[in-house]
Design a protein around this ligand. Structure first.
Ligand code: IPD
Length: 318
């Protein structure tokens, strides 16, 4: 039993309770359409009454059980005009009540609740529950990762990945549809698809995407624009499944003046210990790879190949 087990048990309990609410609402189409809102005049950024209700419920439960812990949640942040998230070394719960809200609204079953716990800014526990498919992903630092109790990766034996060319990649278009952002995302897809790779997929939930990489069903996932609550739990799950989760450039502590805006020179190839880089959950960029039969050197080599093709654009930190 790891030291994080008590947090895991609590998170599983609350994820299952929330899952009932999410599933009932998912099955009641009329309820969703009557309670649908958009965020900040962006019709591609949806929020439902269920997101808000579930986040309140999870937050008040965690506050009661762990009163000294901090909390970052998607809807709490949105209600606060997307104010900058404060992440300290204190144990911090990082929650997305419904990741894959657009899927939830449309009745596509790739949607889940994501509950992560960070200590010293590092994700040490993750629970992701898709109540429609009844898939419960769990992990604790040094305690392994599981889907419904089965160890991840699910695809065994662990498959090799000789080159980027043989990979199945996941990415997303995200909610930011301004000209610069859309161009950068499409140009990146162009760079990668023409490489060529086996394929590119978009499942519509960052947390689910990372779980499919943790399962071993997809090889790589990258995205710009994700938030801490989309990736906190999944980072622990994927790392515990032998994967690597990093940003688009090597991690460094961000100084105050840099915090406002940041641009990545992702076209430069740095030499390179990508697999041992720290991941900054507030940075809005994610790049990950599954466990490979060949081990960390190959993960490193392939991540470097992907990084060469990622085209960045300006984005505010969480
Ligand atoms: C979004 C989903 C989507 C990803 C966005 C996320 P939400 O989260 O994970 O796949 O492209 O970056 O913000 O809004 O459904 O919680």
């Amino acid at each position: 039993m790891t030291e994080y087990k008590k947090y895991l048990d609590e998170a599983v309990k609350i994820a299952k309770t929330a899952g009932k609410t999410i599933k009932e609402a998912f099955e009641n189409r009329q309820f969703i359409s009557e309670h649908l809102e958009i965020k900040e005049n962006n019709s591609s950024d949806l929020v439902t009454a269920t997101d808000q209700y579930v986040e309140k419920m999870v937050k008040s439960h965690l506050n009661k059980v762990f009163p000294t812990h901090s909390f970052i949640g998607e809807e709490t942040t949105a209600a606060n005009n997307m104010a900058r998230c404060e992440l300290t070394d204190n144990p911090t719960w990082c929650i997305d009540p419904i990741d894959g809200t657009t899927n939830f609204v449309h009745g596509l079953p790739f949607t889940c609740i994501s509950i992560g716990l960070l200590i010293n800014k590092e994700p040490v526990m993750g629970v992701i529950f898709n109540p429609i498919l009844n898939d419960l992903y769990t992990a604790t630092k040094n305690g392994g990762a599981f889907l419904n109790g089965k160890p991840l990766p699910l695809i065994r034996p662990i498959q090799p990945l000789e080159t980027l060319e043989k990979s199945l990649i996941i990415t997303e278009y995200g909610a930011n549809r301004n000209e610069e952002s859309v161009k950068a995302k499409l140009d990146t897809i162009h760079q990668i698809i023409k490489y060529p790779v086996h394929g590119i997929r978009s499942f519509g939930s960052a947390a689910m995407n990372m779980c499919y990489v943790a399962r071993g069903s997809c090889d790589i996932y990258y995205e710009i624009g994700i938030h801490a609550w989309d990736v906190a739990a999944a980072t622990c799950i994927l790392k515990e499944a032998g994967g690597v989760v990093v940003g688009w450039k090597p991690y460094k502590e961000v100084s105050e003046p840099e915090k406002k805006k940041q641009k990545t020179e992702s076209s430069k190839t740095e030499k390179i210990d990508i697999v041992n880089e720290k991941f900054d959950v507030l940075n809005r960029h994610v790049l990950c790879i599954r466990q490979l039969a060949e081990g960390p050197e190959k993960q490193n080599e392939i991540l470097a190949e992907v990084r060469k093709r990622l085209i960045d654009c300006e984005i505010e930190r969480d």
